[in-house]
Design a protein. Structure first.
Lengths: 116, 110
């Protein structure tokens, strides 16, 4: 079946511009996560959505970052006034979650963001 | 100090070799443990979960030592296709998101 999809696959933007990254999770997965991975680094958690609950935004690095998830499915991550240190691969993952149980997170292919 | 620490490598080993990776975690509230594999410029994929009693999946064996807060992955009879970065991953109580180590790079050579 279809996995997690993300668009665009690559984005080059000028410093100071806003960007929007899109994630389409696996159908039926209620949990959605955004991570980012800088060169040679591990994945860094950004934000988590679960059903209709308030998102966990504890990983967002600054107020230039925001995300929303419409209709419990597609999510967009927005970075305003991009800086060079925002350059990274932004990865989205989704999983099933029931109550307090979490299941395997499936990752999308990522969006490679380069801020020039 | 990072919450999950790994030796970045690279580990260069010949085909057929046995190689072991180690990982330490600092948060004693960590409750679930995983190894993910990430190929170059690809997304991470779950390799195996790590259970307290240790577990094996074919050529791969994972061990957990809660007292020492230490996780290991052993790969026997290495194949060229095992070349990848291996990520040590932890889930902490009360948090849904995963905490990733920076990864250990393995290069299996013919």
């Amino acid at each position: 079946g279809a996995g997690v999809s993300q668009s665009p696959s690559n984005k080059v933007t000028e410093k100071g511009k806003d960007v929007e990254l899109r994630c389409d999770p696996i159908s039926g997965h209620t949990a959605l996560y955004w991570y980012r991975q800088s060169l040679g680094q591990g994945l860094e958690f950004l934000i988590y959505f679960q059903g209709n609950s308030a998102p966990d935004k504890s990983g967002l690095p600054s107020d230039r970052f925001s995300a929303e998830r419409t209709g419990g499915s597609v999510s967009t991550l927005t970075i305003q006034r991009t800086q060079q240190e925002d350059s990274a691969v932004y990865l989205c993952a989704s999983s099933l979650e029931y109550g307090t149980s979490s299941y395997e997170q499936y990752f999308g292919p990522g969006t490679r963001l380069t801020v020039t | 100090r990072k919450e999950v620490e790994q030796d970045p490598g690279p580990f260069n080993v010949p085909e057929g070799a046995t190689v072991a990776f180690n990982c330490t975690y600092s948060n004693s509230a960590s409750q679930s443990f995983f190894w993910y594999r990430q190929d170059c410029r690809k997304e991470p994929k779950l390799l195996m979960s790590v259970y307290s009693s240790g577990n094996e999946d074919g050529r791969f064996t994972a061990q957990l030592n809660r007292a020492s807060q230490y996780i290991s992955l052993l790969i026997r009879d290495s194949k060229l296709s095992d070349s990848a970065t291996y990520l040590c991953v932890v889930r902490t109580a009360g948090r849904r998101a995963l905490t990733f180590g920076s990864g250990t790079r393995l290069q299996v050579q013919p």
